[in-house]
Design a protein around this ligand. Structure first.
Ligand code: AHR
Length: 516
């Protein structure tokens, strides 16, 4: 029998029985029609920086007088790492913090700024030394687009619209005059605006009907003061599977007032018992991956609702908070949400980004929570030291998908079985740009190698190279003592014959292949 049919038969058998009889399983990936395939919006690879724990203060921002090398108070090593990552947008200042933030407290001479208490995160007193200028100048340095999440919960329409005038107005106005007085002549031109955050919870405990009305009011007055037509307004979206929230927003908000609807969903063992970020067993790993892979169902169902009201897909689904959430590291402030980042997080990142890529007709922006020292961070710092996490490396490998044309695929995957529960072991997505094709593959199986066969005949590719992120144990992570335990390595365990690529993926690994 032809090898390919043996492989298919094996796949079919393992799909039916759900068995993991062998430590060497098989999966197949086929290309679907590329007609009408969307471009994967680079903004899917966005990040999030909240005034929370050590994300801003003692994270990004160490202050101009710090002995840690910095540019206007922001660490140079973080700037370099994020430039290399090519982050397309950065969301700030929250999160829950956003609906307590009064932007005028964070402008003008630093020694004259009032203090504030961060009521959501640890009750710490902040001196407002990192404010609007600091954030928007940082975005300019990084070459990234700012995403400002503005205060609706405890703010006013006037405060909101004045912020827009302050950062965007190119002409003469009270707020552009104030900006110039604060030594910034040129408007920054901020397009992406969040109208509050988690309005169903920390943003005001509102009903969807009440928020939709409030949104209409705020959005009516949100002018960029230049009529650029680039204003991108994002409504505070649903918590996980709250489909009613999306339904009401899509039903009640006029289409000329909205460009995006948000969605928040985190991965964890259980919300009540999150467990340690590094000391977890296989059951905790499996459960975490169940919540991570649930993203497929969430974006599918929220999209179905949006399709009903917006069949032309003009309004984007914006997953502006996602990632793994565990107990804080021992001995750290419980309100600071500082956690380590292991191969489990690499699995969450790889599978979630594949889901977003594959749904990029509707999912056009997302923000991993959060960039530095909080939740599923890409960067951790300690004193003058900085490390890159496995999640950083996944996002670094996946950056090739930014603004590339999606190649729709179908994956036939063996199961990863735990007890009586199963998950698909293989996740994948593919795209093409500048004459290169990229395929990102994740094997979440905790013990089994999986050989994946991909028929690429129609793409006429000749040469392949690949990189991998893998490690001996799921709990492995980078530390300040051993910062390069997990990095991107060259990967060679693949063959290309008669148009079919055969890749053998080690357990819990992420591989990105490049073909040309
Ligand atoms: O990312 C931490 C918090 O999670 C955010 O502040 C909030 O929006 C969400 O509940």
């Amino acid at each position: 029998m032809h090898k390919k049919y043996v492989a298919l038969l094996f796949t079919a058998v393992s799909l039916v029985t759900g068995s993991s009889l062998s430590a060497q399983q098989k999966s197949t990936i086929t290309l679907a029609s590329q007609e009408n395939a969307p471009t994967i919006n680079k903004h899917i690879y966005g990040h999030f920086a909240e005034h929370l724990g050590r994300c801003i203060y003692d994270g990004f921002y160490v202050g101009e007088k710090s002995t840690v090398p910095n540019t206007n108070g922001v660490r140079n090593d973080i700037i370099a790492a994020l430039k290399e990552l090519g982050i397309p947008n950065l969301r700030w200042p929250g999160g829950c913090f956003a609906d307590t933030y009064h932007w005028k407290d964070g402008i003008g001479p630093k020694d004259e700024r009032p203090e504030m208490v961060n009521q959501w995160w640890g009750g710490v007193t902040e001196d407002n030394s990192f404010g609007t200028h600091d954030f928007l100048d940082l975005c300019e340095t990084l070459g990234t687009e700012p995403y400002l999440a503005a205060n609706v919960g405890s703010g006013t329409v006037q405060e909101f619209t004045e912020w827009i005038q302050y950062v965007n107005h190119t002409g003469k106005s009270p707020m552009s005059d104030l900006r110039k007085k604060n030594h910034r002549e040129k408007a920054w031109g901020v397009n992406i605006w969040g109208v509050g955050n988690e309005a169903w919870g920390c943003g005001g405990n509102m009903t969807p009907e009440h928020y939709a009305n409030l949104y209409r009011q705020y959005a009516t007055f949100m002018s960029d003061w230049t009529n650029s037509g680039k204003m991108f307004r994002i409504a505070s979206g649903a918590n996980v599977a709250d489909y009613h929230w999306t339904e009401v927003l899509m039903r009640d908000i006029p289409k000329n007032l909205i460009e995006g609807v948000a969605l928040h969903s985190y991965s964890f063992v259980t919300w009540e018992k999150k467990g340690s970020s590094t000391k977890f067993d296989e059951q905790q790993y499996f459960t975490t991956m169940q919540t991570a892979l649930k993203m497929e169902e969430l974006v599918t169902k929220h999209t179905e609702i949006m399709d009903k009201y917006d069949p032309a897909k003009k309004i984007a689904l914006i997953v502006d908070e996602w990632g793994g959430w565990y107990d804080v590291e021992e001995g750290t402030n419980p309100g600071f949400l500082y956690q380590q980042n292991t191969m489990r997080d690499a699995m969450i990142a790889g599978t979630t980004l594949n889901i977003f890529n594959n749904h990029s007709d509707r999912v056009r922006m997302a923000n991993l929570a959060q960039t530095v020292n909080v939740l599923q961070a890409v960067i951790l710092t300690k004193g003058d030291k900085m490390i890159l996490t496995p999640t950083y490396h996944v996002m670094h490998l996946y950056k090739v998908h930014q603004d590339a044309k999606l190649i729709p695929i179908k994956v036939a995957s063996p199961d990863y079985k735990f007890g009586d529960k199963t998950l698909p072991a293989i996740s994948a997505s593919a795209s093409a740009k500048d004459g290169k094709t990229h395929i990102s593959l994740v094997n979440i199986h905790s013990t089994d190698k999986i050989t994946t066969e991909i028929n690429l005949e129609s793409l006429k590719l000749k040469n392949f190279t690949a990189k991998i992120i893998s490690s001996g144990k799921l709990q492995d992570h980078n530390t300040f003592e051993n910062p390069n335990a997990i990095t991107e390595k060259e990967f060679k365990d693949f063959k290309f014959k008669n148009g079919t690529l055969s890749v053998t993926l080690p357990p819990f690994s992420v591989v990105v292949l490049e073909g040309k």
